[in-house]
Write a protein that binds this ligand. Structure first.
Ligand SMILES: Cc1cc2nc3c(=O)[nH]c(=O)nc-3n(C[C@H](O)[C@H](O)[C@H](O)COP(=O)(O)OP(=O)(O)OC[C@H]3O[C@@H](n4cnc5c(N)ncnc54)[C@H](O)[C@@H]3O)c2cc1C
Length: 456
């Protein structure tokens, strides 16, 4: 006999789980969240948020270093890394405290412990059974090693890289995707000698090729030694950290950070016994309403297909519980989910790259504009940023947006919104933008695609 019963039990309190729980409570469901670690999930405690707090410190340092360009003379700044860490913790606790507050406000019960499925409509937590009409699995993902290098000692994952208590002298980062580029860009600017390794032929290899070029130049300017088409091998612990080989060379560094991807955290859930089916990569199989094959059980976030991003997890959480409440929902267009990388230069993108659009047979048109083409780029000190709009000629459809440069992660939202409201690049070109703003470069990229670029 279950000890307690709920309309909705969410396992995991990350951006997928906590948003699902709040929406469920708003819809009138008696809701509980099961969490084995800290409220807010990995995103708030160990990943997105601490990462951005440290990156912000690096950005402030960069601005101070470049202050002379604006006529502001400052002495060479020093990094107090302990204080950077303290602020990082404050940012995390402010936001996780906010989530706890939202649980209270919405009458959501937090149950501490590891949750697993325990037969139809039941969840077990530390030997206690809970009945749930709807169960949402939101347990996220865990780091994954690379062949020949297990985690341990000086071989760490991305979460540990953001939690270091001392600024390292040397660091090698394996994987130049979003996480690897962010770690490299933060630590290099804070003063660490950084080597960045990528097996493919460019940094941010899933972004548009033009964006990779801008980021490659930016990272090199920060002193990062970038090795593409290079595998890190022969990893071995040393007294000072870790040694490894790459191509003909070898190196010893204080920390080796593996940033090559993650795996769904399904170990404790008891999926097999519950009859929940997995896809071939070990992700939980779901339909467009986030339903698994077992009635009443949903899965969201890093457990399921689509980009492993916090905002995608949150949206899936909303879809799952709205479906459970009997509301009409729409499947996510995963290609249109915005992607944000917070290295310098900042990268924001969504949709198809130019190469993907051509491969898919569209009649591709591209509009490309550097920030320097509009007043804001020069005024605010970034003329090198790039906005690239990928469209289809026939109806002016927006297929993808790609931005590298100051505030790209904010600017990209305009193109996402126009697309969501079924506008095309001709609309971007004609919407009036404030002056002087960087967003005028987005408008000009729309005009470039539409064949009437004004500034450039
Ligand atoms: C270093 C790093 C930086 C990132 N930066 C960004 C970024 O800037 N923007 C972005 O959009 N995405 C970012 N991501 C990705 C983002 O963190 C994930 O996509 C997001 O956290 C997924 O949310 P989630 O709710 O699925 O799971 P998580 O945030 O992983 O939360 C899952 C929770 O479930 C708990 N849990 C697991 N198993 C159980 C169990 N059996 N019982 C009870 N509780 C359990 C865990 O303790 C955890 O708290 C980053 C990832 C990393 C690693």
């Amino acid at each position: 006999m279950p000890d307690s019963s709920y309309d909705c039990v969410v396992i995991g309190s990350g951006p997928g789980g906590y948003v699902a729980a709040i929406r469920a409570a708003q819809l009138g469901m008696k809701t509980a969240v099961v969490e084995k670690d800290r409220v807010g999930g990995r995103c708030l405690n160990y990943a997105c948020i601490p990462a951005k707090a440290v990156l912000r410190a690096a950005d402030v340092l960069t601005e101070v270093r470049e202050a002379g360009d604006f006529g502001i003379i400052v002495d060479e700044p020093r990094v107090d890394f302990a204080a950077v860490g303290k602020r990082r913790e404050r940012v995390v606790s402010t936001l996780t405290g906010g989530v706890s507050g939202l649980f209270k406000k919405n009458g959501i019960e937090l149950i501490e412990g590891e949750g697993s499925l325990a037969g139809k409509g039941a969840v077990s937590v530390a030997g206690k059974e809970i009945a749930a009409k709807t169960i949402v699995l939101a347990t996220g993902s865990v780091k994954r090693p690379i062949p020949g290098a297990e985690f341990g000692g000086a071989v760490i994952g991305t979460e540990e890289a953001w939690a270091l208590s001392e600024l390292p002298a040397t660091m090698a980062v394996v994987g130049a995707g979003a996480s690897g580029a962010e770690i490299a860009s933060a630590y290099a600017r804070l003063g660490t000698e950084v080597l960045l390794f990528e097996a493919l032929d460019r940094v941010l290899p899933t972004e548009d090729a033009d964006i990779s070029k801008v980021v490659d130049r930016g990272l090199k300017r920060q002193g990062i030694a970038i090795h593409t088409k290079t595998f890190v091998e022969d990893v071995a612990a040393t007294d000072a950290g870790v040694s490894f080989s790459h191509g003909e060379d070898s190196r010893e560094v204080q920390w080796l950070v593996i940033a090559t991807g993650r795996a769904p955290d399904v170990g404790a859930l008891g999926l097999k016994a519950a009859g929940v089916e997995l896809e071939e990569h070990g992700l939980v199989e779901v339909d467009g309403a986030m339903r698994t094959n077992v009635e009443g059980i949903y899965a969201i976030g890093d457990l399921v297909h689509g980009p492993a991003l916090a905002h995608k997890a949150s949206d899936e959480g909303v879809i799952a519980v709205e479906d459970a409440a009997g509301l009409r929902t729409h499947p996510i267009e995963y290609i249109d989910v915005p992607r944000a990388t917070f290295c310098t230069p900042n990268v924001g993108s969504w949709g198809l790259t130019e190469a993907q659009a051509r491969d898919e047979g569209y009649d591709v048109v591209v509009g490309k504009v550097q920030y320097g083409a509009v007043g804001g780029g020069t005024v605010y000190g970034d003329r090198n940023g790039l906005v690239k709009v990928v469209g289809d000629k026939k109806y002016g459809e927006l297929l993808g947006g790609h931005i590298a440069g100051t505030r790209a992660t904010e600017l990209i939202q305009e193109l996402v919104n126009v697309r969501a409201l079924e506008g095309g690049f001709p609309e971007v070109a004609r919407i009036i933008h404030g002056h002087p703003t960087l967003s005028e470069a987005v408008m000009e990229a729309g005009r470039a695609a539409d064949g009437w670029l004004i500034h450039g």
